[in-house]
Design a protein around this ligand. Sequence first.
Ligand SMILES: [Zn+2]
Length: 378
Amino acid sequence: MTCPITNLAKQLISIPSISPMDLGCQKIISDRLINSGFSIEYMNYGSTNNIWAYRGKGTTLAFSGHTDVVPSGKYENWKFPPFVPTIYNGYLFGRGSADMKGAIAAMIIAIEQFVKQYPNHIGRLAILITSDEEAKAIHGTKKIVENLIKNKETIDYCVVGEPSSVKSLGDVIKNGRRGSLTAHLSIYGKQGHIAYPHLADNPIHNVLSFLVRLISINWDPGDAFFPPTSLQIYKIQSGINNSNNIIPDRLLVKFNLRFGSLTTIDIIKSRVQSLLIDCNLKYSIKWKLSGKPFITKSGLLISVVQNVIQDVCGITPKLLTTGGTSDGRFIAELGSQILELGLVNKTIHQSNECVKISDLKLLSYIYKCIIEKLLLAN
Ligand SMILES: [Zn+2]
């Protein structure tokens, strides 16, 4: 006999909703929420499906999740077919089991049980679900939040169901994420014959001292919430048609910074620019911001979640801001207290992605306790 959480997770995993396709996952979710008395707003953009669902009035606790998954990779690397959810040895296998259809199932069952037990609950319970988190994330939570801001909606507390746990369920919760800023830098020189370098200007030679200085910058030491800001060069490209006798006229460098709250976007841009000028380079630079840093330093949400995990799992969760960006960066625009709490992330985006079935049940119970503490207490 499988439990309702596992059943729902299996139902969702069997749909190959590779980002940004939803392929009906959200229909299953919204049908259940409607049954529990939720109002649903559908916010679809291009091939992305989004839902914003809510029940009740007042102080709002929202859950956030995504129904899209990353591609499975080679089928032969999987013990069981990635879109045929399979239970083996106490684990549920399948693409999205940990990231994050399992957590969505845990949320939905927690919400259903809560509503059944407290049909006249105080406050508003909400959920926002997108199918565009894993890839571009342009039509997903970003759009939902834009709509919420336009409609003057507020979210007081938000629990993002991303797989935050590392070794055991609840050992890590994320109370923020670093910002991510990418630069595409072009360095210009003058093309010429390699045998006549005095008639050319080699951008490869010119950029070297700049790059050494760029990677040697100590941006900041980090603080209580964020690790030190780091910069990584991930692409350098130059040369003309593989030719071994031409000095090229340009070079492209791409680099990315992960930054906390001590180093602002303006500081980064101006330090890079002064260094370019100092190194006498002819350049142009384009910046792309994927997300500003966000942090929930303290507040009721953190204390409630920490206490619930302590009670249910008997451990004190670590608060971390490591890892890539998350949809929390968009929700942060609403000024909400935000935490990420989800399943163990050991196998996410890998072949043989899986979760412990007992963790699914435990997570759902934790989510329900969080709802009770936040909505029944006010
Ligand atoms: Zn995810």
